[in-house]
Ligand binder design. Sequence first.
Ligand code: SAH
Length: 340
Amino acid sequence: MNDLRSMTLEELRELMKARGEAAFRADQLFGWLHREKVKSLEAMSNLPKSLRQSLAEDFAVGSVRLHTRQISRDGTRKYLFLLPDDQAVETVLMQYDYGNTVCVSSQVGCRMGCRFCASTIGGLARNLSAGEMLEQIYRVEEEAGVTVGHVVIMGSGEPLDNMENVIRFIRLLSHPKGKNISERNITLSTCGLAPQIYELAKEKLNVTLALSLHAPDDALRRTMMPVAERYSIKETLAACDAYFKATGRRVSYEYSLVRSVNDLPEHAEALSALLKGKNCHVNLIPVNPVKESKFSSSQAQTVRRFQKILEKNGINATIRKRMGADIDGACGQLRRRLME
Ligand code: SAH
């Protein structure tokens, strides 16, 4: 590992020990990386110059550079960041009443193949490191001059397809000596890799799990999401139940509404039956049209009708406010423009 920002405090302590440095140097280093969020080793002014120089031979610190920024009328900011290998990732800042939320990407591209999603069109380029995920947040804070209190892992990529780095990212993000964001303020969204959901449950992280369900039956879900060929809805929901049991965290179900595909009253009834009795929450998202896909968005009244049916059946459901609709809202679209 040559990225200091991906290393835990314990790993930094080992590193300092191996270099014959005092243990407190690791704490200083961690503070510069995750509290001061510096972009270079040079900026770590209370570390001996000799140590900074020797670290610079083996390690990089700033890995994320701003390429493009768009600001929406509603204040949403969307960023395209470049990585050292010139790959690009998108990050979004949303300013809600309850605070600033950043949506981070966990991979460059994605290999899950959901038909309505722009991030997956060119396949997976590579996984992001924990440091690259953290830096997305740090650079947004710096650029927008805000403090971020909530993080959703809902940008490009499938976090459970990059599990080790994502868990490392969550532990670093919530570290009391670092950014110190409560695990309760972090949401991890997955298309439903059932075995990895069980693995995540074992980590006993207090993060909210969001499942991208999008259809109430396997046949329909398979037409939208290839992952549905691998795991049935029944298997996937059982994994979510296990997550709830292990952590006590209420699971969110995401349901992107596609006109005339999954937005009919019968779909709302079937979804209600599926989730009946669960302590859960449904997030309804009118699909963001993507140029390369034929899916179009449900009309506002159809979305409200869908929500009313869920509520009548005792299922808690909210309609996701469309933020940044005027700035290439759907994730992956900014990066695709760069690649064209
Ligand atoms: N891979 C993860 C996280 C990234 S996608 C997952 O699948 O959950 C975050 C959410 O945005 C998912 O619910 C995804 O299905 C949804 N999404 C992707 N493209 C969309 C689009 N064009 N319109 C609406 N929602 C979309």
